[in-house]
Design a binder for this molecule. Sequence first.
Ligand SMILES: Nc1ncnc2c1ncn2[C@@H]1O[C@H](COP(=O)(O)OP(=O)(O)OP(=O)(O)O)[C@@H](O)[C@H]1O
Ligand SMILES: [Mg+2]
Length: 225
Amino acid sequence: METVKVENVKKTYQLGKTFVPALNGVNFNIKNGEFTCIVGPSGSGKTTLLNIIGCLDTPTEGTAILFGKHDVSKLNDKEATKLRRGKIGFIFQTFNLIPVLNVYENIEFPLIIQGISKEEREKRVNELIDEVGLREFVKHKPEELSGGQRQRIAVARALVTKPELVLADEPTANLDSENGANIMRIMRELNEKHNATFIFSTHDQRVIDMAKRIIKIEDGRIKEN
Ligand SMILES: Nc1ncnc2c1ncn2[C@@H]1O[C@H](COP(=O)(O)OP(=O)(O)OP(=O)(O)O)[C@@H](O)[C@H]1O
Ligand SMILES: [Mg+2]
């Protein structure tokens, strides 16, 4: 099955009277279970593309079809939120963790929003905590942890809902090479174990080396696929 079909996506941002073209007609398909890296120079459109696929932004022209049936250009806010919460996990460069919640609570949070029972939440959160190696830090707040540990919380939080699709925008950008490699190893293990589809962007050659497929983007166009 095609998890994502990107069809002639164009995105133009307007800044006052100037129009900034970010994507100039992008086409590609992502199949279920892929582990694909989007590579391209700064400003080439990677974040814009991930945001459109993740229903955080809408295309100016063209569309993306998610899970074979959801047309992102036709979703209203409510439908987009529902789809994101139910099927998509996000890992942002800046982590976006909740500072007042500890590690356990940060990972549990999306499950509370989904209305999952306490028993099931406990099971899933504990499973993920072990998978990302944060057992000894469950009671810590994000600010008491290193960048790599915080990134692992973000990975666990993105995966605890068992999303079909995980979108990660430069997931290792704030990490040293060792922590970056660890995060990639965890993501790849989870891809293989849960068959979740991963699409991530990066500038980092070591991350590129771990991808199973590479899509190159330049000036808002796919250069190699
Ligand atoms: N909200 C916005 N308003 C106006 N222009 C924008 C906006 N977001 C992005 N752009 C422009 O769109 C183009 C693509 O930006 P995008 O953030 O997608 O690039 P990127 O490939 O993610 O770059 P980086 O590697 O630096 O993160 C750039 O020229 C950028 O300046
Ligand atoms: Mg970006």
